[in-house]
Design a protein around this ligand. Sequence first.
Ligand code: NOJ
Length: 577
Amino acid sequence: MTDQGRSIHSPSTRDQWWRDAVIYQIYPRSFASSRGPVGDLPGIASRLDYLRDLGVDAVWLSPFYGSPQHDAGYDVADYRAVDPRFGTLADAEALIARAHELGLRVVVDLVPNHTSWDHRWFREAIKAGPGSAERNRYMFRDGKNGGTEPPNNWTSVFGGPAWTRVADIPWVAGTPAAADQQYYLNLFDSSQPDLNWDNPEVHAEFRSILRFWLDRGVDGFRIDVAHGLVKDPALPDWTEHTEMLDAGTDADHATGHPVTPERPPMWDQDGVHAIYREWRSVLDEYGPDRLLVAEAWVQPEKRLARYVRDDEMNQAFNFAYLACPWDREALRRVVEESLTAMDAVGAPTTWVLSNHDVVRAASRLGLTVTGKGPNGIGPRDPQPDAEKGRRRARAWHMLTAALPGSYYIYQGEERDLPEATMLPDGVRQDPAFFRTNGTELGRDGCRVPLPWEAGKPGLGFSPTGGTWLPQPADWERFTVTREETDPDSGLHFFRRLLARRRALGLGIGGLKDVSPEVGGLAYINSAADHSRPDLLTVTAFDAPVPFPTGWRRRASSVPLDAAAAVIPPDTTVWFTR
Ligand code: NOJ
């Protein structure tokens, strides 16, 4: 049967570590704390052995820089400092050193689309007034109709208008700027003013920030809102809602191609690419191995591939994969399109199922309608089927681990952690919740502090037992102490999965689609020189799939009887000959 099937990807070589790396996302507020209710860098450092034992190659840390935390650190006031809530610069250096000792690479977040309104530049811009060089670092404009209306009709990703009047900034009250007639652009929260990337000073500043962290030994950067930095200079009206997570409509999934007629004037403008070429050359000063990964919600995959051309970034998050419904044909199309688009530019595909902005996969997949999912699930919403969600998530992870490319895991996924869906409104902190008056619940449910040790207050998250969001009452079963004792736990499942992926070199294998021959969604992953056995991965969706003849079962996403001859629904099985 190896002769059958259709080749959709050729084997590659591991000439750079990130080609097939498993990268674990740490959300610093919620990973582990050495002090109190908010996670911190020493807390992370103390748990790095756990990640080495899990079998990941690298960690990516969401922002820990100086910030008033209006958007959980994605509002940066000082790019070269560690926020005191998270520790000190010395803690960051110690964390990088410890990770390297353990053989783990460190990727940090860079937020170049906007700063915090507490950034020195923005404070100076407000003070210096209209027409000043200081204002030219941001997107200030006069309003329409004598200043009574914003410069255009754009809406913020978090809800409400994307323009804020200077006079409406809370800390401007009582200062001379209170009489100011200008507006500034904020595609996210009003506390996150967009930078002006037409200004060479902004370019110089970010080159310097990159060098600051490269000098401290980081192995790469995850670029926040990489598709947003450059806007159509005419700033034309755009009547559709401004979405960050616009991964295509249902119609797009049905056809496999987005039907959105035009590109929004704030996203994916051609001008962004010159910026990434500039950054590539900065990283290259530090050798050929430093990673740039784009957070770019861009469709179709071909357009996304432009971000990872040879002289730009190295990887882009595969949000089409994350947002894909749990459906054989839809997934099959996304897998092939992703590989084809990235192969055309020589970049590895990434595979992502969860992050700090979406409902966790283990819950998303338990909803009646699968796909990108809602922006948060609350106590008044229909609840996910937890068992189904967990089962599908494991099946999807097992399929993912068999695909060539780089594989991202969001903290907690390795323990089957579900979304916290019963958070009361009173504890929510996501600006999206407030800016939409609660219509969108936001992302707090995927950001609840991790459980570590059974029987301890706060399940061992912090020495005080404090957690900045309450942990659900039944989370003791997701602690490491509990999962260690259960051979079928998520933790053991993921350790085995990552060890097998590494041992077989699946991340640099070639891929053949054998779904029509085998049934379900089926691929053969093989080495360039056939130096190791081929691996056949088969996922069954709604209907069971008989075991293929001539292959021996090696692993499955749920325990199966020794005599089993059929893959039950929502299950993945790996076979070798
Ligand atoms: C994308 C980040 O992942 C998200 O958490 C943040 O709110 C926005 N960018 C704005 O920085």
